[in-house]
Design a protein around this ligand. Structure first.
Ligand code: SAM
Length: 231
């Protein structure tokens, strides 16, 4: 993978960046995504944000080697802290982390989302955390993708601010409203696997112990939701 040949995962992530966007790629690592977005004319300005020194240095080197320092600001900092109002960022990309970490980044500095028109989020796990965040903070899903690469399955969530209250059903929150309607082969593979896993876990929990009641009820609900959507 490099700035010219992105992974299939990042290619789909960046496909949701458009209209000469001003993007912040948080947790940018080598800055492949912002470099690609600028070179392909999808974005006119980008911030590559990194909190860890090693990846920050890699991003800095990459942007310099492509002579993109005018269009891409590589900044070291935690989450959205790297964004300044003068950057006029309209699209934030956060990819390749767990859903809980992405959510904590969004929650840490909500004011940095003012003026942002689109979030492109790619949680490696726990996408439901982000759908729940969206409901609480009035962002609506406008698209979702699911893909398999190197035997791993990834979900991509695209969110825009909503005028109206946002509410998803339990099934939509867990499985994704667009994904559960599309029911692709990859979606089936993911949830058949999760279902088998949860059924196995359930079988190992002592149903006679009162302290397991809440855990069992939660598992039963998830199993029921998945079964209803898959069958
Ligand atoms: N976004 C790239 C991708 O999807 O291929 C890189 C993903 S990499 C697995 C996650 C990156 O996020 C790491 O480089 C890590 O240092 C960075 N990161 C983790 N927490 C962060 C935070 N709070 N703020 C900024 N960067 C963070």
């Amino acid at each position: 993978m490099n700035e010219q040949q992105l992974s299939k995962r990042l290619e789909i992530v960046v496909s949701y960046v458009s209209n000469k966007a001003r993007i912040a790629d948080i947790g940018s690592d080598h800055a492949y995504l912002p470099c690609y977005a600028i070179q392909q004319g999808l974005a006119e300005f980008a911030i590559a944000g990194e909190v860890v020194e090693g990846p920050f240095q890699s991003a800095t080197k990459q942007v310099r080697s492509l002579a993109l320092t005018e269009q891409i600001a590589v900044r070291k900092g935690d989450g959205l802290a790297v964004i300044e109002p003068a950057d006029a960022i309209d699209t934030i990309v956060i990819a390749g982390m767990g859903g809980a970490l992405i959510r904590s980044i969004l929650e840490a500095e909500p004011a940095k989302l003012d003026g942002v028109k689109r979030l492109v989020l790619q949680p490696n796990i726990a996408a439901h955390q982000l759908r729940e965040w969206a409901e609480i903070n009035q962002w609506k899903l406008v698209a979702e993708s699911i893909l398999r690469e190197d035997n791993k399955i990834y979900e991509i969530l695209v969110l825009e601010p909503s005028e109206a209250k946002v509410a998803y059903s339990d099934a939509e929150r867990l499985l994704g409203p667009f994904l559960m309607r599309e029911k692709s082969e990859v979606f089936h593979a993911k949830w058949e696997h999760e279902l088998a896993n949860w059924i196995e876990i359930r079988g190992k929990i002592d149903a006679n112990s009162a302290k397991n009641a809440e855990k069992l009820a939660e598992l039963d609900l998830k199993i029921k939701l998945i079964e209803e959507v898959l069958r």
